[in-house]
Design a protein around this ligand. Sequence first.
Ligand SMILES: NC(=O)c1ccc[n+]([C@@H]2O[C@H](COP(=O)([O-])OP(=O)(O)OC[C@H]3O[C@@H](n4cnc5c(N)ncnc54)[C@H](O)[C@@H]3O)[C@@H](O)[C@H]2O)c1
Length: 292
Amino acid sequence: MSKSVISYKIEDEQNKIRYLKKINNEFNRDILSLKSDQKILFIYDKNIAKSIIGDLKLNLKLTGNKVFFKEIEGKKTNKNIKNLLNLFDLLIEKKFTKNSIIISCGGGVIGDMCGLLSSLYLRGAIYLHIPTTMTAIVDSCIGGKTGINYKNLINSMGNYYHPKRVYILENLIQSIPHREYYSGFSEIIKCGLIGNKKIINLLKKKQILKKRENNQILSKIILETLKTKIKFFKNDVKERNERLYLNFGHTFAHAIEMSTESIIKKDYFRHGEAVGIGMLCEILFSNNGKKK
Ligand SMILES: NC(=O)c1ccc[n+]([C@@H]2O[C@H](COP(=O)([O-])OP(=O)(O)OC[C@H]3O[C@@H](n4cnc5c(N)ncnc54)[C@H](O)[C@@H]3O)[C@@H](O)[C@H]2O)c1
C-alpha cells in the first residue's frame, strides 16, 4: 500500500484516508468502486476557494453519477438543527437511498453535521469527507464523532459514524486562510505530546515554516498525527478508556468556547485555538498551579 494511504478497520468496516496532491482519477475510480446507487449529494463550505470546488464538481460529474450540490457556510453557529433538517429535506426530495453517497467538504462544522446526517438518513448512507481546515485535516475528519449544537450545548445531538473515505488534498492546504491553518496545529501538538514524539521532532524542523505545497515535513506531520489519533480511538470509539487521552485540553477548551460565545461573541475562538489554551491550563492545573 502507498505511504499516502492509511487504512483502518472499525467494526469490520474498512475505512481509508487518501492523501492526494490534488483531485484526480484516483478519486473518481474510488467513488465508482463503492457499491452505491450512483447518486451523490456534495455538501461544501461556501468559503472554500472556487477553483477547488469547481474541480471537485467537475470530477464528480465525470463519474457519471447523478450529483446534487449544497453550499453552507462553515461557522459554528451553522452547526444547527435547522441546517440539518434542510439537508434531510433535500435527501428525501431527491429520493436518496441508504446506498447513496454523501460527500462533505469543509471544516469541523460541515464534517460534524454531515457525518450526523449520513448516520441518521435511513439509518446510514455512504459517507465520504474532504476536510478543509487544518483542525479537520488532522483531527475531526476521523474518529467518527458527529454532532450539532443545540440549546447552547456543544454537540448535544450527536453519535459516532465513520467516513468510509477521507481525501486530503494538498493543493487545498495552500488555500486555507492563516487562522484556519494555524489553529489546527494545537491538535498536532496534542498528538505529539500524548503519544508520538516523532511529531514533536518534525515540528522543530525549520522547513515546516516554508511554503505549504510540496512540503514533505508537513505531509509527514499530517499523516503521523492521523495515525496517532487512529491508535487512540480504534479500539475505544466510545471513549471509555484510551481514547480519553485525545481529550487533553478539551475540558477547558469547551468551557472557553462556550463562555466566550455567550459573553463576547459567537465563534470568537476557533476550536483549535481554544484547545491550545486548554492544554496550557490543564498542564498548569495538573501541576497544582505551580510553575516548574
Ligand atoms: N468530530 C470531531 O472529532 C471534532 C474534532 C475537533 C473539532 N470538531 C468541531 O469542529 C468545529 C470547528 O471546526 P473548524 O475549526 O474546522 O472550523 P469551521 O468548520 O467552523 O471553519 C472555520 C471557518 O473557516 C472557513 N473555511 C473552512 N475551510 C476553508 C477553506 N479551505 N478556505 C477558506 N475558508 C475555509 C469556514 O467557512 C469558517 O468560516 C467545532 O464545531 C468543533 O466542535 C469536531
